[in-house]
Design a protein around this ligand. Structure first.
Ligand SMILES: [Zn+2]
Length: 245
């Protein structure tokens, strides 16, 4: 049996499949990565993305945030891999998706039950009153302020020095503990605490499928079926395998 057939078989057998995605799934959409040789952290000082720095130097910090996040992400579109996952959810094969990405692409592709582990880049949040605002309601060329509290609004994604939101962490752990199949896509397994999640599923007896261009931290340790290559091609093959039967 080919690896794609094995994966499709596991998906069919499963009663509760969860997906866990990382930066690799958005590469074909042209989203730059943070890590690695050409990554953003090679060009910019990560300390400028510390939460304390943001509130101490909002103007300086905002200029950079606007340039490397909002300006870069505003015209990015979901690719075939994002659409294939939305389709798998629509067909009932996937129950939930946890993404480490803040690029909104699963959301734009139409996935419904998404946990955005590191938040997203379409909303702004006030750390004082907790209100959230859509970025489209603000001119992002200068620091946006909470209309109620008059303090700078922060992008609704996790900064260095910030904790993962409690309800997001709880929902993610619950999904890992309840799934009987986990599909890991486009993640190296090096970013913590997100990287702790997949081993939780394994510990509870879930089968693990991995789709990646190269081996990750998980491949040798917890993965049952490893599919090497482009996420969009492999997911489309899996979809047609599922449709064929
Ligand atoms: Zn406020």
């Amino acid at each position: 049996m080919s690896q794609v057939k094995r994966a499709a078989y596991l998906i069919k057998q499963s009663k509760f499949t969860v997906c866990f995605t990382g930066a690799g799934i958005s590469v074909e959409s042209g989203v730059p990565s943070f890590r690695g040789e050409d990554g953003l952290w090679e060009k910019y000082d990560p300390s400028m993305f510390e939460i304390d720095y943001f509130y101490k130097h909002p103007d300086k910090s905002w200029a950079l945030i606007n340039k490397i996040f909002f300006e870069v992400l505003k015209d990015k579109k979901p690719n075939k891999a994002h659409f294939a996952l939305a389709k798998l959810e629509e067909l009932g094969y996937i129950k939930a998706l946890i993404t480490q990405n803040i690029d909104n692409l699963h959301y734009l592709a139409g996935s419904k039950n998404i946990v955005e582990y590191h938040g997203n880049s379409r909303m702004l949040v006030c750390r004082n009153c907790g209100r959230k605002f859509n970025i489209s309601d603000f001119d992002l060329s200068s620091v946006p302020y909470c209309p109620y509290c008059k303090i700078p609004l922060k992008p609704d994604f996790i900064f260095f020095g910030e904790m993962i939101q409690k309800e997001v962490q709880e929902k993610s752990e619950q999904l890992m503990n309840n799934c009987d199949l986990l599909i890991i896509i486009g993640t190296s397994g090096l970013v913590y605490p997100a990287a702790f999640l997949p081993p939780m599923a394994k510990k509870k007896g879930a089968k693990i499928i991995e789709i990646n261009k190269t081996f990750s931290e998980y491949t040798d340790k917890i993965v049952d079926v490893f599919l090497e290559g482009s996420a969009s091609e492999i997911l489309e093959e899996i979809l047609s395998e599922l449709n064929a039967h």
